[in-house]
Design a protein around this ligand. Structure first.
Ligand SMILES: Nc1ncnc2c1ncn2[C@@H]1O[C@H](COP(=O)(O)OP(=O)(O)OP(=O)(O)O)[C@@H](O)[C@H]1O
Ligand SMILES: [Mg+2]
Length: 310
């Protein structure tokens, strides 16, 4: 298997309304989308759409919804053999309500049982050690994340981390096992332990993280887009000109784009990620709608690479 994605798998219900109802109010739903969702599944779908064979490691319950989401994943070309079926547990549900301004509210039914444990990860060792790349979502419990990174690293896989752990200051061991780190604006602020106000600040944070283990760090930089830093260079990736309907899943598409293009080098991989994110903000819900051709057409020029020009 090329890639294993470790993260949430859930039912995803996206509802588009004109205006978010206040308490005691009702709103008519303009568009309703029910799909396979959760950050892990979204990334695996994005990878499949970009031609990367991927397997999912996440947890479903023992209800009919489990069969439903896994059937959908299989139809998307994802290997679900390693997905954990937890008895006595309901499969996760994420409801995403978005208004005409693109403001979203999530309702999440993600009981603790649908999170991975270190034992779940250990049971999937043979899958992880065969993978070329292992993508780990930091929303999963830290001991499961660390077990995954450790097994993947020992097996020779490239370890990609997505997000930020609850206490980044205690993540020295994890960063030391990481090859690529990608975090959105909020998660980048957690890593920095401060708000990040500009691309220059994001670059500084990314470079300090680079010194702790990874060989490539991509951080959100608000309206300036995203930055990518690697040992010999850095670049700012401005946001594309897509009309933003709902950013849900754009971060997951970003990570899928990076992973699909890792062999092209850090700058190009980050450009693929940014293009994939731009292709995901224009529709409601987290499910990506990617293709290699669409990503190629959406690639935006990067600005500035001061480090390698010195
Ligand atoms: N027009 C755009 N073009 C390219 N990238 C964009 C555009 N708008 C937003 N993005 C990028 O998409 C990503 C959105 O991810 P972010 O994680 O912030 O959103 P999210 O709603 O939390 O998504 P997810 O549910 O995937 O985590 C960011 O990296 C952001 O820079
Ligand atoms: Mg995000």
């Amino acid at each position: 298997m090329d890639t294993v994605v470790i993260g949430q798998v859930a039912r995803d219900l996206a509802l588009r309304v004109e205006r978010m109802p206040g308490s005691g109010e009702a709103a008519d739903v303009r568009e309703r989308i029910e799909v396979l969702g959760g950050k892990g599944a979204n990334q695996a779908v994005g990878l499949a759409q970009l031609g990367v064979r991927s397997a999912l490691l996440g947890v479903v319950g023992d209800d009919p919804a489990a069969t439903e989401v896994l059937d959908r994943a299989v139809a998307d070309g994802i290997d679900v053999g390693a997905v954990v079926h937890r008895s006595g547990t309901r499969t996760g549900l994420i409801v995403d309500v978005v208004d005409a301004e693109g403001t979203w509210r999530y309702l999440q039914d993600l009981p603790p049982e649908v999170l991975l444990t270190a034992d779940d990860v250990a049971a999937a060792k043979s899958v992880l050690t065969r993978a070329r790349t292992v993508v780990v979502q930091l929303q999963q419990p830290l001991d499961a994340v660390c077990a995954a990174a450790d097994i993947a690293r020992r097996g020779g896989a490239t370890v990609v981390l997505d997000g930020a752990p609850p206490d980044p200051s205690a993540s020295a061991d994890l960063l030391a096992m990481t090859d690529v780190l990608r975090a959105d604006d909020t998660e980048a602020a957690l890593w920095a332990d401060a708000e990040i106000g500009s691309a220059a600040e994001a670059v500084r944070t990314a470079r300090s993280l680079l010194g702790r283990g990874p060989r490539m760090v991509v951080l959100g930089a608000g309206s300036e887009g995203n930055v990518v830093v690697w040992p010999d260079g850095e670049a700012v990736l401005p946001l594309g000109d897509a009309d933003v309907v709902d950013t849900t899943g754009a971060g997951d598409a970003f990570t899928a784009g990076i992973v699909a293009a890792l062999d092209r080098g850090p700058e190009e991989a980050a450009r693929w990620g940014s293009a994939a994110a731009g292709l995901t903000v224009g529709h409601v819900g987290g499910r990506p709608r990617l293709s290699v051709d669409a990503v190629r057409r959406a690639l935006v020029p990067v600005s500035g690479n001061p480090h390698s020009c010195r």
